[in-house]
Design a binder for this molecule. Structure first.
Ligand code: PGA
Length: 237
């Protein structure tokens, strides 16, 4: 599996960035997480080199669930990945363990690949409870013997410009690796939170890191520069 860089547009859209993404990348996979309604447009642009992710999927399958978007529909639109458990959804849509577990099961069942997001808030970090929070977010939701990518996104770093210390990121990555091994979960580990073109290279030597999830900077042409830098970071391949 190649390292992956995922842009997360959230409730924004900018196809100018999408159109300018390199049509070839030697070493990495490029992916954009797009609001549902813009997915057909992304698909029409048919950038062979860019994988499409949805930012969520329904916890229900096809059927009488008004307003829901089941994973099967996404699969029909060439969606490859789905983000599940982003902290904004956990907070704003009060997603709980049951919801997240069902969503992962539905997504995997439909043949989508899951990028499961976990992350502690600043209170947990300051009170040294972060590892317990992350452990619970992982083990209450992630099943055994599956393929799933995990994105570590400390909440205090999302959209704030505040980067965690590299050693702290390394510690969390090491734990996620160990937890995944213990229940035979195979996949990549990403970091997300305030990554931009000026700091992405600071993370080059974090061991076991396989990619990045990028919010704000994926909406500007900065993202093109970030992608190119990532493609040439030699420790990632
Ligand atoms: P950010 O967001 O890059 O704007 O900090 C990351 C995310 O929420 O995935």
């Amino acid at each position: 599996m190649k390292p992956i860089i995922v842009g997360n547009w959230k409730a924004n859209v900018n196809f100018d960035v999408y159109k300018d993404l390199p049509s070839e990348s030697k070493n990495i996979e490029i992916c954009m997480a797009i609001p549902y309604i813009y997915i057909p447009q992304a698909r029409e642009l048919s950038k062979k080199n860019v994988s499409i992710a949805a930012q969520d999927c329904s916890r229900f399958g096809i059927g009488p669930h008004t307003g829901e978007i089941p994973a099967e529909f996404l699969k029909n639109f060439d969606v490859k990945y789905v983000l599940i458990g982003h902290s904004e959804r956990r907070a704003e849509s009060t997603e709980n363990v049951e919801t997240l577990t069902s969503k992962i099961n539905k997504a995997l069942g439909a043949g989508l690949r899951v990028i499961y997001c976990i992350g502690e808030n600043s209170y947990d970090r300051e009170n040294n409870q972060h590892m317990k929070t992350l452990y619970d977010q992982f083990f209450t939701v992630v099943g055994q013997n599956i393929q799933l990518d995990v994105a570590y996104e400390p909440i205090y770093s999302i959209g704030t410009g505040m980067l965690p210390k590299k050693d702290d990121v390394q510690e969390v990555i090491d734990h996620i690796k160990k937890w995944s091994r213990n229940i035979n979960v195979k996949g990549r580990i990403l970091y997300g939170g305030s990554i931009d073109a000026n700091n992405i290279e600071d993370f080059e030597d974090v061991k076991g890191l396989d990619g990045f999830l990028i919010g704000g900077s994926s909406l500007t042409t900065n993202f093109i520069e970030i992608v190119k830098k990532f493609d040439s970071m030699k420790n990632f391949h």
